[in-house]
Design a protein around this ligand. Sequence first.
Ligand code: GLC
Length: 466
Amino acid sequence: MRHLLAALPLLALGCSHSLTTATRDTGDDAADPDVDTDTDGDTDADTDSDSDTDTDTGPAPTFERVQNPYVGARFYVSDEYAAKIEVSKAKAPSSLHAAMDTVAAQPTAVWLDRIAAIAGSDEVMGLRDHLDAAVVQQRAHPDEPLLVTFVVYDLPDRDCAARASNGELKLEADGMRRYKEEYIDVIADVLASDEAYGALRVVLVVEPDSLPNLVTNLDSHAACRVAEPAYKEGIAYAVSQLSTVDNAYIYLDIAHSGWLGWDHQEKAAALYRGVLEDAGGASLVSGFATNVSNYSTLDERFDPYGDINGNMDLIVGFYEWNRMIDERTFVDRMRTFFPDHGFVIDTGRSGWPTRSDGPMDLRTHRGNWCNVSDAGIGERPQPAPAPGVHAYVWIKPPGESDGIADPSATDPNDEGKRFDPMCGGADVTREKGQPVPTDALPGAPHAGHWFHEQFVMLVDNANPPL
Ligand code: GLC
């Protein structure tokens, strides 16, 4: 294991940023404010050597709060993600190698999907490891702020309307206290524990699917009714605590066009406003994240409602009268409720083939969400691509599974993941009673685990091409 950051403490002395980092009780972390902590997880000792030398030059950047953190920033690229791609590359046709290299150089979010993910392990980088690596990337380009993204994802009774991403914390087993004390507080403490971290732009995407489940799934899912007060309390707590970190930019997950696209927007806006009020105010968050881990099209070229009679089958079947046919339309609608906030759109898997004679989205049903076949990587991460859109981002790292495909998978796993029928090969019965294919690829591992075959498909189908 190499200590990449040996040069950094010296540089930190010259650091003059505007943050107060010493006010928190950072527990054990405070004992070692030095960034030269054990930087493990560096499995591929390749690209770092130039960064090491670069860290010897220039003063540490100053943090300055801006409205859209993506503008003018470089984005953190995870060596850990690149290492997964290396493994796939070794097994993939050489015609895809260059494209895979392009993917490996893109920024992806780091999911803190359980308490142990914060500390990491000998095999997996933790929060501090990623922050340290981000600081190295920052110092290599001292003139540009470095933006790094984490997903905060460990609510008690998580994923109340599905099973694939059920989590480790249970309300009935002290889950709310543990969420606050062992998870949110610890993340906030680590972020504030080191001056060098304070110069980064830290984006936090908070709790995918949770509030949207409270908008649409209370009637259909008893588990969501049980979880409702906890999700509200947990997210309000997360926002209130994480927003004390001066350089954190918080985005609340707000589902996607195929979920909150019908007449749910007002109800959703009211719910989000209420939770933000409980947290201390809507201005504590930068905005909202859409399409996280989903496959909705960014910008459909086909307008089904332009000829309602001619497209009736599609409108009734595929769109189910949902007027929000893509993410851009959905974001434009949600912006009317939150004009002072920005949106980020996960485009990691929205790269459907461009066409205008039918929906680009090739799913059998827009509700399909698990390891969808024929999907491709979408728009590259980029800042300010459209009005009100802070960025296109890759929050779900392309190639990581949405859920296990094997219905007999009952293996106990410490992550709490389970088989969900939406990830299996059998048709599922949806609201209207008719069986619908899931579109799920066979052979998928548990959610979050690397799924080689899916990765190859996503790269191959990328649009725009890689
Ligand atoms: C999923 C998983 C989570 C994983 C994430 C990113 O929703 O539940 O464990 O980290 O996706 O792949």
